[in-house]
Design a protein. Sequence first.
Length: 341
Amino acid sequence: MTPYAEKIAAALERLENATDVNDRLEEVIRPLLELLEEVTGLPSTSFTVIDEVGQVQTVVYARNSGGLSIPEGLSVPWQDTLCRRAILEGKRYTRDVAGCWGDSAAARELGLKTYLSEPIRLIDDGLYGTLCAASDESVEVSDKARGYLVLFAQLIARHIESERLLHLLASENRILVQHANTDPLTGIANRRALLQGLKVRLGKAAALGRPLYVAFIDLDGFKAINDRFGHDAGDRFLIEMAHRLVDGCRPEDLVARYGGDEFVVVHLADEATDIELDDFKQALERLTIGEFRACDDVIDYPGASVGVVAASPEDHDVETILQLCDAAMYERKQARRIGRP
């Protein structure tokens, strides 16, 4: 393989491997502009983007190795560009710009004599931009070299489409993950997110040597609320309760709906603002007491039963911790039934 062919092969390999959404388009374009100069013999090569709505063509990346200089960032009215004329007339190459497009002010200002252009078209969005090569001298460009220009333009188009697709897939995946971890009624973390988040916080608590408080909250009397006010009001009550818990806790606390009328709050103690376990429980109980607007009704709620444990990552796994919390909550529920504070 000749050195010339090796460069083309290397550029193609780079394009083939440039599928990571973090790859910049520039890393793909600049080597191609250098190759385009070599295969065409034209000292000025450029990649442009076309705004058909704003009717502007902008030079995004350019390579200038001779007397002709086409600067990056140059924006010109699309109506007067040689690229537009080349597309409309189907004349992608000329070594006599003045003879073909003598009325072009841009061509006269730049002193163009040879011009080579290929549109970059995307499957869904149509015309995206152009890949161009030019000279202030009359240069013969072979059919083979012009074939490379077409190939490079197609490769750039496929790369842009691939990158857009990967961005779209990443965005859709983030949405799916969010939905998978979000309770559809209240909008807070669901049980799946709780199990994952609790496991992470257990590891963090062990690393920092801090206690991890886990509270299990059961909304006593929720069935009676549904029976009296209706299921829509019951749902609204759950939403309002979730919001009140989130607003009353720290941003870094994990507040989740465990299921039905049960919520869980996970609190990693902060050395600077540490609170005692019982104080944490009482604070959560106070958050659940009061008036809650549910549709057209106002529910005066006496409060939930809250069970809290200080989790130890050395002694408990996630499921065991939640079982201990549930047991503590049930004990608190029984105490409230007999009127014990």
